[in-house]
Design a binder for this molecule. Structure first.
Ligand code: ADP
Length: 594
């Protein structure tokens, strides 16, 4: 399948043509101005043409693309993908374009007034040029919609939040791509890794990718928050607005414009370009030296905070013009992080070979945390998302029985001995639907700083590690902040006290279990699902309180019975009582979130 990908802006148009994962053409029309723009074309084998083109705006540039492709015999294409900056809370994944989707994107303009309008115009123009081809929008924000509320909520008045003020995060397509690429390079499933992705280009952001899902990112409501960037400030105290208004007489629009366009490296040194800044610093320029220190310090703080947010970190991946190319910036960022097991190797860091989308590791021997460098490939990722969406087989709708798990524990042998006495064996009670699993007749008590939960069920058989699964509501009753985790992913989880008839233990392993579907290979295939995939499941509860559960992990294990597991909070939200079947939402489509 050949996919043409557009990244349209008000001053430039970039496009790429992909056959599978291979980029067979790459073009840009840059710096639109009266009389024309700059042009650059590249084929699969390297640069083809650079110079000037007569196109003075986006409409003229897009209109020229069919001719550019036809001249090279590349005009047979199957689909068009478009980068969109902002998908609000609505677009959890790529969206096939029709009039209704265009109207919904248009309604999001207030959230991204600088970026979405040109991208939307590009989408409209392309739909006119290729009316018979599927057009798909891929949003920079979608990847971050898995962020929990504590990461997305600003502590501001309710009326502001009701108006839509919240954190979104951007660069999602890049973070998703480089996290996947890093996992591939490390030879481990993304769903087993805690990765911090650091995208340092003209815009810059960091993202905590926990077991495959973004849980926090440094950009917020807008792409202004977070790291120091070429011309953007990153984090500043919002109190600055009042100060600047009172003392300099500046209005909101002037302050906002300066934070976007006249801040960051440009404000500190006069140049937004890190190469200039590094050159000047090397010649002894004190302003440039401060800018570099400040830039690296801010990134290092985010690395520390995201390691804390995820209860540890397995890999850091650097990308973007600075992340890919500046060995000295990577060095400055990583220095001083050996306390969290992160150590850079100077030789490997000096000039990693990034050709052919390589993702070399540059950590020192003995570093617990892997450090990976790779080029980002947002257009490639968009092409992949378009392909996945269009090629996904129409799934036969099949019922997925929903099982509601109350709070329970899985105990290790050592925990059983400590709670019930030496050589104690649990009494197998009622069998569960999953073959070989049962509820024990014994019970335990959980205790946290806020309170106790009595008579908590124990599920067998025994496991190598003790795991305690509670609902979010339970975690408040205990007074402990339990993270949402997949079963078995217990590193960095909080401790809780377990009380049995013969003793008491303090053990980590307290989680809110991430919802998931158990199934076996045959039924997975019949439903078109694969192990590790995230799907959306629609559940119709009582009283018309249906819900679509997004981000539901599929676990395919031979011999298991197909069943979706949710907890009591989730069941209550969906109005579930008694037996109910869910249904896989049969396409990766934007699903409106309530
Ligand atoms: P964008 O975010 O616009 O895609 P890039 O990812 O191309 O931008 O990043 C541009 C930044 O990368 C600029 O600050 C540039 O100076 C910096 N950069 C590129 N090459 C190097 C290098 N060899 N050393 C330091 N910085 C570099």
């Amino acid at each position: 399948m050949r996919v043409l990908v557009f990244n349209a802006g008000s001053s430039s148009l970039k496009f790429g043509l992909f056959e599978g994962d291979r980029q067979i053409f790459k073009g840009s029309f840059d710096r639109f101005r009266e009389g024309g723009c700059d042009l650059s074309f590249e084929g699969a084998e390297g640069p083809l043409e650079q110079g000037r083109a007569p196109h003075a705006d986006l409409a003229a540039a897009i209109a020229a693309v069919p001719g550019v492709l036809a001249e090279r015999g590349l005009d047979a294409i199957d689909a068009v993908g478009h980068r969109l900056a902002h998908g609000g809370t609505e677009f959890t994944g790529p969206a096939r374009i029709d009039d209704a989707v265009i109207a919904r994107i248009e309604a999001l303009t207030p959230l991204a007034p600088l970026h979405n309008p040109a991208m939307l115009e590009g989408l409209r123009l392309a739909s006119r040029i290729w009316p018979d081809l599927p057009q798909v929008a891929v949003f920079d924000t979608s990847f971050h919609l898995t962020n929990p509320a504590r990461a997305t909520t600003y502590a501001v008045p309710p009326a502001w939040r009701d108006a839509g003020l919240r954190r979104f995060g951007f660069h999602g397509t890049s973070h998703k791509y480089v996290a996947q690429r890093a996992a591939e390079a490390l030879g481990q499933p993304l769903s087993d890794l805690r990765i911090i992705s650091v995208h340092l280009g003209n815009g810059a952001s960091a993202c905590a990718v926990q077991y495959g899902a973004s849980i926090d990112s440094s950009m917020g409501m807008t792409p202004l928050e977070g790291l120091v960037m070429g011309t953007r400030s990153g984090d500043i105290d919002p109190g600055a607005f009042g100060f600047l208004q009172r003392h300099l007489g500046l209005g909101v629009a002037a302050i906002e414009a300066a934070l976007y366009s006249d801040s960051g490296l440009k404000a500190l040194t006069g140049s937004p370009d890190m190469r200039d800044v590094e050159d000047r610093a090397a010649q002894g320029d004190a302003e440039a030296q401060l800018a570099i220190n400040l830039y690296a310090y801010r990134v290092r703080k985010y690395l520390g905070s995201y390691a804390a947010a995820m209860g540890g970190v397995d890999a850091v991946v650097f990308t973007g013009g600075i992340g890919q190319n500046s060995a000295s910036m990577r060095r400055r960022i990583c220095d001083g992080l050996s306390f969290m097991g992160l150590m850079l190797d100077d030789d490997r860091n000096r000039a990693p070979d990034l050709s052919d989308r390589a993702a070399p590791q540059i950590q020192a021997q003995g570093s617990r945390v892997a450090i990976v460098v790779t080029e980002t490939a947002e257009q490639l990722m968009i092409a992949r998302e378009v392909r996945a969406m269009l090629q996904r087989p129409a799934l036969a709708p099949r019922p997925v029985p929903v099982a509601v798990s109350g709070r329970h524990v899985h105990l290790s042998e050592a925990s059983v001995q400590a709670l019930f006495g030496p050589n104690y064996r649990l009494t197998e009670g009622a069998p569960l639907r999953q073959p070989g699993n049962w509820v024990a007749e014994e019970r335990v008590t959980l205790e946290g700083p806020k309170g106790r939960l009595e008579r908590v069920a124990i599920l067998g058989p025994l496991r190598p590690r003790t795991q305690i699964e509670v609902s979010r509501t339970d975690s408040f009753a205990l007074g402990i902040d339990a993270p949402v985790r997949n079963s078995g992913q217990l590193e960095g989880t909080p401790k809780v006290r377990l009380i049995g008839p013969a003793g008491t233990i303090e053990t980590d392993g307290l989680i809110v279990a991430a919802r998931h579907i158990h199934t076996n290979p045959a039924e997975a295939e019949a439903m078109g699902l694969s192990d590790g995939e995230m799907v959306e499941i629609e559940v119709q509860g009582a009283d018309g309180r249906g819900l679509v559960f997004s981000h539901t992990l599929v676990r395919v294990v031979p011999g298991t019975v197909t069943e979706m597991h949710i907890d009591t909070d989730e069941a209550n939200a969906a109005g579930i009582s008694g037996h109910v079947d869910g249904a896989v939402v049969p396409h990766v489509q934007a699903v409106p979130r309530a």
